[in-house]
Structures are given as structure tokens and as C-alpha cells.
Design a protein around this ligand. Structure first.
Ligand code: KE4
Length: 433
């Protein structure tokens, strides 16, 4: 058991000042138990806590650190830009540069608007879909997490599911009733919603690679194409929430990987390279409805600030290197193979879901985990907590919730992967002894 005295003292202090001692709930380790580690610094695939314990990091700030932490070119770019001013609240050329790169990389985006988080991106896209269609209702999927805007906190995933609060307090019932929900992969349920709400549904918002109930896989029936087709028939917009899977599962995101064209795309995380950036974009006809071109209002003091734009530019431009995603995916596949092999040797039933360089391991007797109810009803969440903490003691930092994804970075070496597999073997031996 590593010494975590300083993290424990820090957490005591933090809890006096911050709700749960954190600025985002899932960081509090509530579902896995134990003391959250307060990080001191990070570099490449590694993070160090304030007690100087080193971890191989598979959270990567929940996805943004695809190049690894503190990439020298990203840091240099941010330092240079900061010396010329942190934020202007006025247009700057870096916004044009990053916008041009996003338009080039994301197949469905002709026009893009930068904001400061994934939540801002999705809430703005929903308002835009409502403004464009003149309709108020929308469909999301059970366990889908689209940030914390009111309408999305209905059967939400991520931290909301983690704490068993998929429907948040404080969201007016009259507002929440505009949120329609269906099980992921269930096109019949979606068809029923359209039949019951004819002409009233502004959009379907979907994580094309769900990562907020743990990683979920698409079924073999072409679910995304089925959604595309029903949206075309019903005059409803298809919104891909690619905040997590964008630039993660392919350079052009899930829409490139699965060759489906949404009407709007929401982005976050990687696009900012670790600084606060979100974005939403799509067809020119739709995006021109956004103020000041059109009647749908959306604004932000720090949107497009030069610092965040430069961090995004330095990050995204390095994703174009030949073989970048193939290397990321093969390291992830090797890791999962080794982790599952270790579970088998330890007699621990487990399965894993992987899409590209995002993955989740589930401890279950099921042959496959295909939806969020499989996680809640058929996965051993207590065992996951013990595994998480045992891996922490072995120097591996996984996502502190079964309802989350883990992420590989370009900085993880083959040796890191093998060391992680070995660490998992030791962790399992300890918790199954
Ligand atoms: P942010 O507002 O946290 O930048 O993005 C919200 C969001 C929107 N859409 C998807 C698909 C997301 O995964 C997220 C945020 N993801 C979580 C992790 N599951 C962020 C971590 C946290 O909440 O602390």
C-alpha cells in the first residue's frame, strides 16, 4: 500500500471548500472507495500524485491527452501564445486556423462554432436543432451522457449513473418531459417514440461510440444508419456527440469510422489538447442559424481564446501522422488481451469492450455487455472497485467508475502495456487470495 498521506490531507482540506472535495463528481472515487489521488505533475503516459507515487495513466484527463501529458510541442505552443496574451474577447487568427483544421478533419462539418466544454457544445447543438426544426422534443439513449445541461440529465450515464442519479434534482419536470429516451441499439423503441410524438422531435443525440456506461458496441444491424434513415424520413436532425470519440476512434471520429453523416457534431476533450475547448458544427444551412448570422443565440466570453486554440492546433495537427491510429489501436488491443488473459488465469469472469483506443473491462458472467442495464444488473461493481484500488496500488490509474471508458495515448510504450498487464496479474492475485 503506497503512502498517500498528502492526498488524504489534501482531500480533507478540499472537502471543506468544494462539494465532495472535487470540481467534477466522478473524481471523488465515491463508487470505487478510497482516497482520490491529488496529482502533482504528469508527463507522457505517466502521472505523479502529491506523495510522489507514479502511475501509468489510462484516464488521460478523460480523453484529451491522446498525445500524452505535457507534450513538448503543445506546451511550447501554449507558452509562446500566453506571452502574447491569454484571451482577447475578440477574433484572432488562431480561431481561423483551428476552424479550418476541424472542417478539414471532420467529414460532416462545413461551419463550426467553438465553445469552452463538451457540455456547452451539446446544449448549443440541442438549442440549434430546436431552432432549426421549430420542434421541442428530442431523443437521447439510456446511459448516454452529453454533459450536464438540464435536458440531458434524464437517464444519464457517466457520473450520474455512477451515483445512481441518472435523473438530477433541480431539473423541472416540465422541461425533462421534452427528453425522450430509448435503449441504445433499439431501433424499434426509437420508431415507437416517433409514432407517439409525430412531428415533434427536433433531434436524436447519440454517442456513436457510447463511453459513459463503459464503452458499448454497436449491434450488427447498422443502428447508426437506421437512425440516419429515420431522421431523414421524419425531418429530425441527427446529432453525433463525439466529445469523447471524436479524434479518438479515427482521425475523422466515429462518423468517419462508420461512414455515417450526422447533421450536427459535438466535439470536446481532444480538440483542446487539455485546455477548455468544445465545438459544434455541421452543414452550412443549419449552422447559419446561429447568432449573429441567425436567430439561435449562443455566446461565450472565453470561446476561441488564443491559448486554447493553440493547444488544440498543436494537438490535432499531430494526429495526422501516418500510422498514428493504427499504433494506438494495436496497443489497446494488446492491453485488453493481456488483461482478460490475466482474469482467466485468476478465475475471474470478465469481458471487455473496445473501439479504437477507448475501452472498458467489465467483471461479469455475461458473454458480452451490450447496454447500460447489463452494467447495472449483471456486472460486479464491488469487484471493479477492489480491482481499481488494487491497480492503483500497483501504479496503474484506471477510470474510477465502471461506467467510464479508459484511454490509450501515443505516449504509452509497449513496455508500459506489458507492465500494466503484469500489474493486473499481481492486483488480481491479491484481491482473489
Ligand atoms: P464536458 O462538459 O465535461 O467537457 O463534456 C461533457 C461530455 C459530453 N459528451 C460526452 C460524450 C462526454 O463524455 C462528456 C464528458 N465526459 C465525462 C467522462 N465520462 C467527463 C468527466 C467528468 O465528468 O468529470
Amino acid at each position: 500500500m503506497s503512502d498517500i498521506t498528502r492526498s488524504q490531507n489534501d482531500f480533507d482540506q478540499a472537502r471543506k471548500l468544494l462539494p465532495g472535495g472535487v470540481n467534477s463528481p466522478v473524481r471523488a472515487f465515491k463508487s470505487v472507495g478510497g482516497t482520490p489521488r491529488f496529482f502533482d505533475h504528469a508527463s507522457g503516459a505517466y502521472v505523479w500524485d502529491v506523495d510522489n507515487n507514479k502511475y501509468i495513466d489510462y484516464v488521460g484527463s478523460w480523453g484529451p491527452m491522446i498525445l500524452g501529458h505535457a507534450h513538448p510541442d503543445v506546451v511550447k505552443g501554449v507558452q509562446e501564445t500566453a506571452e502574447h496574451g491569454m484571451s482577447f474577447g475578440a477574433p484572432c487568427e488562431l480561431e481561423i486556423d483551428l476552424a479550418r483544421l476541424v472542417v478539414d478533419l471532420v467529414p460532416s462539418i462545413d461551419v463550426v462554432r467553438f465553445v469552452n466544454s463538451g457540455s456547452e457544445a451539446t446544449m448549443s447543438a440541442l438549442r440549434l436543432a430546436r431552432g432549426f426544426t421549430g420542434r421541442d422534443k428530442f431523443i437521447k439513449f439510456d446511459g448516454g451522457y452529453h454533459g450536464h445541461a438540464d435536458g440531458f440529465l434524464v437517464k444519464a450515464g457517466s457520473g450520474a449513473a455512477t451515483f445512481g442519479e441518472p435523473d438530477s434534482a433541480g431539473v423541472p419536470a416540465d422541461y425533462a418531459k421534452l427528453t425522450l429516451t430509448a435503449p441504445f441499439n433499439d431501433i424499434e423503441a426509437v420508431q415507437r417514440l416517433f409514432a407517439e410524438n409525430k412531428g415533434e422531435i427536433a433531434c436524436i443525440i447519440v454517442e456513436p461510440v457510447p463511453g459513459n456506461t463503459g464503452v458499448m458496441l454497436l449491434n450488427d444491424n447498422g443502428f447508426l444508419q437506421q437512425l440516419r434513415d429515420i431522421c431523414d424520413t421524419e425531418g429530425t436532425l441527427l446529432v453525433f456527440d463525439e466529445v469523447m470519440c471524436g479524434f479518438r476512434v479515427a482521425l475523422g471520429g466515429a462518423q468517419e469510422r462508420f461512414d455515417i453523416t450526422p447533421d450536427l457534431t459535438c466535439l470536446g476533450k481532444i480538440i483542446g489538447g487539455g485546455l477548455p475547448v468544445g465545438a459544434y458544427g455541421g452543414r452550412e444551412e443549419i449552422m447559419r442559424k446561429i447568432s449573429p448570422d441567425g436567430p439561435v443565440y449562443q455566446a461565450g466570453t472565453l470561446s476561441g481564446n488564443p491559448l486554447a486554440m493553440r493547444a488544440g492546433l498543436e494537438t490535432l495537427s499531430r494526429l495526422r501522422e501516418p500510422g498514428f491510429y493504427e499504433a494506438l489501436e494495436s496497443k489497446t488491443t494488446r492491453l485488453i488481451e493481456g488483461l482478460l488473459d490475466g482474469c482467466k488465469k485468476a478465475g475471474v469472469p470478465a469481458v471487455a469492450n473496445q473501439v479504437g483506443a477507448m475501452f472498458t473491462i467489465f467483471f461479469t458472467e455475461l458473454d458480452a455487455v451490450t447496454c447500460c442495464s447489463d452494467v447495472s444488473n449483471h456486472c460486479d461493481l464491488d469487484f471493479f472497485g477492489r480491482y481499481f484500488n488494487a491497480m492503483l496500488d500497483e501504479g496503474v490509474y484506471l477510470a474510477p467508475s465502471q461506467y467510464e471508458a479508459a484511454f490509450m495515448s501515443a505516449a504509452h510504450t509497449d513496455e508500459d502495456v506489458e507492465n500494466t498487464i503484469a500489474a493486473a496479474g499481481r492486483a488480481l492475485a491479491r484481491i482473489t487470495a
